[in-house]
Ligand binder design. Structure first.
Ligand code: NAG
Ligand code: NAG
Length: 204
């Protein structure tokens, strides 16, 4: 237990945080890809009325997609993992500095930390996410800027609705021993959303 604790909270914290950021991003993307597949190819199984209403040609099409096997896009998960790993050290250093500048867990310092988190850390992590993926896809700078313009604001708004309440629950209700687990689980949920925004959401 001592070794594990040292590994999780001691001098290896930077590595632990970075690896878990990468892993949560990978897990989030795997779940999102599964759900995209389900939405496109399998959902009619559970909503038979749409099959009955469909014309014969459509029925034929659904039969074809019925037999389609799930092909996971490993390149996509790999790219997501890379940007997750890039976010890790930033997160780690940001929170280390934050805890030094605003020590303690009184309401005032928690509020300040939350505000700085949402106004500095979140936009930075989103920038790492969109720009990092854009570079991996070897897109042009203008294309990356276009995507950031299109998706950044809405994503950040969701971020602001998601993280402060999540951290509030973490702080008020989650026992100390489970906080790391809870934070990782919520990060994964948020990363499912990021994967959706990046690859499946339609913006106009
Ligand atoms: C759905 O099935 C088709 C084949 O009918 C396949 O080409 C496509 O990749 C599948 N969609 C997903 C999201 O896996
Ligand atoms: C992932 O990155 C590779 C190169 O690093 C790129 O060729 C590929 O298009 C990217 N895939 C996705 C789905 O972003």
């Amino acid at each position: 237990m001592g070794v594990l604790r040292q590994l999780l909270f001691g001098k290896y914290l930077l590595i632990t945080n970075t690896v878990s950021c990468g892993l949560m991003m990978a897990a989030g993307d795997v779940i999102q890809q599964r759900s995209e597949h389900w939405k496109k190819n399998c959902s009619h199984k559970y909503f038979p009325s749409s099959v009955i209403a469909a014309s014969p040609e459509n029925e034929e099409m659904t039969t074809i997609s019925d037999t389609s096997v799930y092909g996971h896009d490993y390149m996509r998960t790999r790219n997501m993992t890379v940007v997750g790993l890039l976010q890790g050290p930033f997160h780690h250093w940001f929170y280390t500095i934050l805890d030094k500048v605003f020590p303690g867990r009184n309401a005032k310092s928690v509020l300040k930390k939350t505000l700085l988190d949402q106004s500095i850390a979140s936009p930075t992590c989103l920038a790492i996410f969109f720009i990092g993926l854009g570079i991996l896809e070897s897109r042009k700078i203008e294309e990356i800027c276009k995507e950031v313009k299109l998706k950044f604001c809405d994503t950040w708004k969701v971020d602001c609705c998601f993280w402060p309440p999540t951290q509030c629950v973490n702080f008020l209700f989650v026992p100390l021993h489970y906080r790391v687990l809870y934070t990782n689980a919520m990060t994964m949920v948020y990363d499912i959303f990021l994967s959706y925004i990046k690859y499946d959401a339609h913006f106009e």
